[in-house]
Design a protein. Structure first.
Length: 488
């Protein structure tokens, strides 16, 4: 029974307009607001205070609830007061007591208003609170005590959808959305599920994105990929350790790996937009790549290395096209064949780019707003590009042009190759690298420096140096028959 309650005067003139549809829309909102405040007078507030005091003083909240009149106050507190939720969570004890109190009423069930408010609590808090599954079972039982014609406040829309009230109810709703041409919000509202600040709706959206991604063909150009990279979405937790962004990265990488495909521009850009470059030891990247399997991280590094190669070769092509030097034009195909040959043999573990300012700007324009792989700025040579390749047993440092290629068995510990710097000076890779190697490993003879020559003899020497370090390649992997003919 509602105490000290009377309907406020409904001022039709305040909400009516000449447009009938608008009139009934505003009337509906006004009635909904009235229902929310129904029965929440002084006695209601007094009972809330009693419950709060019991929780704060670590007394039994159940003992305070001596009549069904305490049911709506405790539901209201669970919905609006997080501190109370933590102190007196809706677990088996209190939910069981609410069922007991409801059974003492003349109709032996929750009132429609209390039932609706408990449903709102379920959908708003969902898995944030303990006892979600228990609460769902209780709601199903209470709904079954009503005939469909008796229900209102949206409860009539829920009575036939018991699947919504289990611990995987959000996945059930997501499957409904996937089989329709409607949005998550539209479908949720059609079932009377609150959508504002609703944990259930958020979980449904996450499940929808995950199911949709899992059903995408490899390298599909779907607008969903532009959606899931948004920070407000990819930062959402889907469980205690993983965020939605983690699941997106896992799904895309695993789908590509399963079909032995390389990512297209959109799929690569989506992974980079969420997780960044896994080769860079930064805190932000650790947040994302630290939760993924090592093989997933290594697969991304492999793809990024090939992206680095494409960028480096494009830089070299652009440099040749912009110059009138025939010797550079003749040497470019040999360098392209050499680097592509190493990648085809799958001997590359990882790569890095060092780029001058003009080159970085060129790369940014070429990618047309997409996320580039990480590169270190060369401060003193705006048109220079340097490409570092880690082959495990060997390391190669190659430059765009007028650069001596270096092959070594180890990286000097004090060189710029061992850390990630914002920028470097070109001499640190042109001349200092060899000096640092000789200082760090004075007894070693495993550093080879080669100048590119038009006849391509440098490639023969490079193959010999790499083979001596245990890299499994032969001349024909990186040298064409035409080049062999020119050498001799």
């Amino acid at each position: 029974m509602l105490e000290n309650f009377s309907f406020p005067a409904l001022q039709i003139v305040d909400i009516a307009t000449e447009q009938t549809g608008l009139f009934f829309d505003k009337l509906s909102h006004k009635l909904e607001g009235m229902c929310k405040n129904m029965g929440k007078g002084a006695l209601f507030q007094k009972r809330k205070t009693e419950l709060i005091n019991a929780a704060q003083n670590r007394r039994s909240v159940r003992a305070v609830m001596k009549s069904p009149n305490y049911i709506r106050p405790i539901i209201d507190l669970w919905t609006s007061d997080l501190a109370f939720c933590r102190a007196a969570p809706p677990g088996s004890e209190l939910l069981g007591h609410i069922s007991f109190l409801a059974g003492t009423t003349p109709r032996r069930r929750l009132t429609r208003l209390a039932l609706r408010e408990l449903c709102v609590l379920f959908f708003v808090r969902y898995d944030e609170l303990p006892g979600t599954g228990l609460m769902g079972q209780m709601l199903v039982r209470q709904l079954s005590l009503y005939n469909p014609s008796e229900l209102m406040y949206g409860l009539d829309k829920l009575i036939d959808c018991k699947q919504l009230f289990n611990e995987n109810g959000h996945e059930y709703l997501a499957s409904i959305v996937l089989n329709s041409n409607r949005t998550v919000l539209d479908v949720a509202q059609s079932y009377g599920i609150p959508t504002d600040n609703s944990c259930f709706v958020q979980r449904t959206m996450q499940a929808y994105y995950i199911k949709k991604l899992e059903s995408l063909p490899v390298n599909a150009n779907d607008p969903l990929l532009d959606e899931v990279r948004k920070r407000e979405l990819c930062n959402q937790y889907v469980n205690s350790s993983l965020r939605l962004g983690h699941r997106v990265m896992q799904i895309l990488i695993d789908k590509l790996s399963a079909e032995r495909q390389k990512p297209n521009e959109l799929w690569m850009d989506t992974i980079l937009a969420i997780g960044g470059d896994p080769r860079v030891p930064m805190a932000a990247n650790g947040l994302w790549w630290g939760e993924l399997k090592e093989e997933q991280k290594q697969r991304m590094i492999e793809w990024l290395s090939e992206m680095d190669l494409r960028i480096f070769l494009q830089i070299c092509r652009d440099y040749v096209a912009g110059s009138d030097r025939e010797d550079l034009a003749r040497m470019y195909p040999a360098r392209e064949l050499f680097l592509n040959g190493l990648f085809k043999k799958k001997v590359i573990r990882s790569t890095r780019l060092f780029l001058g300012y003009n080159v970085q700007q060129f790369v940014a324009r070429s990618l047309q707003g997409k996320n580039p792989p990480y590169s270190t700025r060369i401060s003193d040579a705006s048109d220079l590009a340097i490409f570092y390749l880690d082959l495990g047993n060997a390391h190669i440092v190659e430059g765009s042009f007028s650069f001596t290629i270096k092959i070594m068995d180890r990286v000097p510990p004090k060189s710029v190759l061992t850390g990630y710097h914002i920028q470097i000076h070109s001499r640190q890779l042109r001349t200092m690298l060899q000096i640092q190697y000789e200082e760090a490993f004075p007894a070693s003879t495993n550093l080879t420096s080669l100048r590119h020559d038009p006849r391509g003899k440098w490639k023969k020497k490079a193959v010999m140096a790499l083979r001596s370090l245990g890299v499994p390649i032969v001349d024909s992997d990186v040298i064409s028959s035409e080049e062999f003919a020119r050498m001799w």
